[in-house]
Design a protein around this ligand. Structure first.
Ligand code: NAP
Length: 293
């Protein structure tokens, strides 16, 4: 049987229309538009693309956006001073510092310096802690996007066995917390796997839902998945491909051709989790804006 394709691109477009309609009502009342700022340090190609998508998405929904670019020679102290300015700027609702940062700068220090109320990436320990405690917070964008996919496609999570592959602070860890929490798309029994996990295949074969977030192209193969499982593919690795216009293609962590025929529902790459990550950043910025008025 054909699996249900969890179309993140289509869902993101729908959510953008909803956000744009809401923003239009505020602007019609004479309020300023929500405003997202993004700090980009250095010339990392991937980071430039990601920030570009975020700025474009802001334009699509009527947000104001400001991109602040700094050379990779900027010092940690100088970057902190820029963050202080954004923390204190009442015309900016939320901002992000695009990672990775140059090795000379501690990402942990930078994240700690962001005002949690403006931390629309949801990376600050205050927000991470609030998510863990089930208190209203900015949930980091990729896990938030995945919960929106599960919610909008009515994927049942309660009582299900969920395997999350990857335990990073921005994807795997928060995702596992949300899936095991008492929220609408939670109440699952969650196993978190990582590079030291033994018997990963056997663990995956028990899963009703697999969230693959490890960054290893086509890692999850058909023999690791039970019939009817729901598959969320977070991976986005640029793989060299001479036939592609850009010379590379995005590959997920799931071997789609093998896994899709066994799955009941699956996200594609591209067009699955990626577009929902961007729209989740907009949702968090809108949330920050609403706190401001
Ligand atoms: P990360 O920080 O590199 O973390 C990868 C995680 O996977 C680590 O916890 C690692 O375990 C685990 N892992 C690595 N190899 C493994 C293996 N063979 N078996 C089991 N676990 C293994 O990556 P990330 O930032 O979470 O990103 C993961 C992927 O998602 C990447 O492809 C990234 O590009 C993509 N991503 C996509 C979006 C989107 O919007 N679509 C957003 C964010 C990230 P250890 O902890 O033991 O090292």
């Amino acid at each position: 049987m054909e699996p249900l394709l969890l179309d993140g691109k289509k869902l993101a477009d729908e959510l953008k229309l909803e956000i744009a309609a809401e923003v239009a009502t505020y602007v019609a009342k004479g309020q300023r538009a929500p405003h997202l700022a993004a700090i980009l340090v250095g010339n990392d190609g991937g980071s430039e693309t990601y920030v570009g998508h975020k700025v474009k998405a802001c334009e699509q929904v009527g947000f104001q956006s400001t991109m602040l670019r700094f050379p990779d020679t900027i010092t940690e102290a100088e970057l902190m001073a820029e963050i202080t300015k954004l923390n204190n700027d009442n015309t900016i609702d939320g901002f992000i510092v695009q990672l990775p940062l140059p090795k000379t700068i501690s990402a942990d220090n930078v994240i700690l310096h962001i005002d949690p109320k403006k931390d629309v990436d949801g990376f600050h320990p205050i927000n991470v802690g609030r998510v863990a405690l089930g208190i209203d917070a900015y949930v980091s964008a990729t896990p938030l996007g995945i919960t929106k996919i599960l919610e909008r496609y009515n994927i049942a999570t309660e009582g299900k066995n969920c395997v999350v592959i990857g335990r990073s602070n921005i994807v795997g860890r928060p995702m596992s917390i949300l899936m095991s929490g008492a929220g609408k798309t939670g109440n699952a029994t969650v196993t978190v796997c990582h590079s030291k996990t033994k018997n990963l295949k056997e663990i995956c074969l028990q899963a009703d839902i697999i969230i693959a977030a490890l960054g290893k192209p086509e890692f999850l193969t058909g023999d690791m998945v039970k019939e009817g499982a729901v598959i969320i593919d977070v991976g986005t690795t640029r793989v060299t491909d001479a036939t592609a216009k850009a010379g590379w293609r995005l590959k997920g962590d799931v071997k789609f051709a093998e896994v899709a025929p066994k799955a009941s529902a699956i996200t594609p790459v591209p067009g699955g989790v990626g577009p929902m990550t961007v729209v989740s950043l907009l949702l968090n910025t809108l949330k920050a804006y609403k706190h401001a008025f």
